[in-house]
Design a protein around this ligand. Structure first.
Ligand code: ADP
Ligand code: MG
Ligand code: ZN
Length: 486
């Protein structure tokens, strides 16, 4: 099996988060939430006699992406009609750039175990999204809210050679789209969709093998699973001396297999021709250059900067920079000068991330600010409160947005080192759990940790761990002695 090389070319569709649609003034709404057909008009429902007007913001967004991918931008590009019939396409054609796309010849750098690698981008072009069909109770319903939403298609060269690389490419691209603020990247809502072209060839062979194209991959997970399944399937066929047939495949999530949708012979002829209702798109160099100047620092550059400036481990710098809002938060916390960057990085990628995961929210939705985090970390670093208390305070700041030092003062979260106070909590806990005490005394050692946790919880996480440990051990010793005396 190792004598074959995997070859993948990825086509990515990204929905733009512009305010209005591509060719009309309808708002772009969240199609999973808005009432069906509440954001539609004559133009995006394809009424005869209507005329499209190009959304300049969508063009600007496309140029942003094209520049971030180092593409050459065409001063003149052309919209075409891609003709086919489907109920979600009211006009009977989709407006898309075809032979003269907005941008070509770019690349995206990904990280691989062997170092950095450039995946060439073949083309980046603008088109419009279709409506959505919902099949329910024996009926098919159509929602045109998505119809005419600006869509960007980004097509790679067949430079991707493994499942890991295709994952890195796809996540890298999503990260860039989000940095540029042009796409929500919300996969669950279909804001990014993939089509994967897959072939395998004998290692060293100069020609590409016959490819299949897997359509409608709506998550990283499906995309990665579908590609690895397809690589295995094709390799198997070649090993058996069979041929691969060029076809379009679907991904059956439930069965975990690719299924044929149509063969090469049944391939569509879209009868492309230039859209007569839109003039060629002309973008001048002044505009392109002003957009270039407005681009933010991109994820990979930012990751490298964090490694150099703060001596962060590459992996951690990668996590911190995968989302712009996290990277901005980190930079702002560092800028306060209150706490060492490496400590801030630990707190963010550790406890702050677990709170975000636990609550399933974005950083923006939490109440914590970079200054508050930096203050908290500096208080812990100075040893004014212990780590456990620090975590409690973090959660409090996270949910309430209150000032860490005020929280510490109010709840007197300074570590409880009062031996008598801790001893009292220990005996309370032991008295409340006689069965566990007997089990522990009968030799169930791991219960010690459980008791430790119970007392710590009773102390609201504030007990000095050393003293707690000693008091708990002492209390058990006493129990043992008294039961021996009985
Ligand atoms: P279309 O989908 O319209 O046929 P192209 O022929 O331009 O478009 O190819 C689309 C995608 O397929 C590109 O990403 C390209 O890199 C990829 N591709 C082309 N040939 C192969 C191949 N033999 N193996 C894997 N990917 C391929
Ligand atoms: Mg294709
Ligand atoms: Zn409309």
């Amino acid at each position: 099996m190792s004598d074959f090389q995997t070859v993948i070319g990825l086509e990515v569709h990204a929905e733009f988060s512009t305010q209005s649609k591509m060719f009309c003034g309808c708002p772009v709404v969240d199609s999973t939430e808005a009432a069906p057909n509440s954001a539609v008009c004559e133009i995006c429902t394809g009424m005869p006699g209507t005329l499209p007007v190009l959304n300049a913001r969508a063009v600007e967004f496309a140029i942003r992406v094209a520049l971030a991918l180092d593409c050459e931008i065409a001063n003149t590009s052309v919209f075409a009609r891609k003709n086919y019939f489907y109920p979600d396409l009211p006009k009977g054609f989709q407006i898309s750039q075809y032979s003269l796309p907005l941008a070509e010849h770019g690349h995206l750098t990904i990280e691989t175990p062997d170092g950095e690698k450039d995946i060439r981008i073949r083309r980046v072009h603008l088109e419009e999204d279709t409506g959505r069909l919902l099949h329910r109770d024996g009926f098919s319903l159509i929602d045109f809210n998505r119809s005419g939403v600006p869509l960007l298609e980004i097509v790679s060269e067949p430079d991707i050679h493994s499942v890991e690389e295709v994952r890195a490419y796809a996540t890298g691209l999503r990260s860039i789209l989000r940095y540029l603020d042009v796409c929500s990247g919300d996969m669950e809502k279909g804001a990014i969709r993939f089509e994967a072209n897959v072939s395998v060839r004998p290692l060293g062979s100069p020609q590409l093998g016959t490819r299949t194209e897997i359509k409608n991959l709506n998550s990283f997970r499906s995309m990665v699973r579908a590609v690895s399944h397809e690589v295995k399937r094709q390799t198997q066929l070649l090993c058996e001396g069979k041929e691969i047939s060029q076809e379009t495949l679907g991904w059956d999530v439930a069965r975990g297999v690719t299924v044929s949708q149509r063969s090469k012979e049944e391939a569509h002829d879209y009868r492309y021709f230039p859209e007569p209702d839109l003039p060629p798109l002309y973008v001048d160099d002044t505009w392109i250059e002003s957009i270039r100047e407005s681009l933010p620092e991109l994820p990979l550059a930012r990751q490298k900067r964090l490694i150099v400036e703060h001596d962060l481990p590459p992996y951690q710098a990668g996590i911190l920079t995968s989302e712009k809002e996290i990277a901005d938060f980190f930079d702002a916390a560092v800028e306060t000068g209150l706490a060492p960057p490496i400590k801030l990085a630990h707190w963010i990628t550790g406890d702050l991330f677990s709170l975000l995961n636990q609550e399933n929210i974005d950083l923006q939705q939490s109440k914590i600010t970079p200054v508050a985090l930096a203050e908290l970390v500096s208080i812990v670093e100075r040893g004014e409160i212990n780590l456990t208390s620090g975590k409690t305070v973090l959660a409090e700041v996270f949910f309430t947005g209150r000032d860490p030092s005020k929280i510490i003062a109010k709840f007197s979260l300074d570590q409880v080192s009062d031996v008598e106070e801790i001893a009292r909590l220990v005996s309370e806990v032991l008295n409340a759990n006689p069965e566990q005490v007997s089990a522990y005394l009968a030799g169930k050692q791991p219960l010690f940790q459980w008791f430790f946790g119970q007392v710590m919880a009773a102390a609201k996480g504030r007990a000095n761990p050393q003293i707690l440990q000693e008091q708990l051990a002492a209390a058990f010793q006493q129990y043992q002695q008294s039961s021996a005396e009985e």
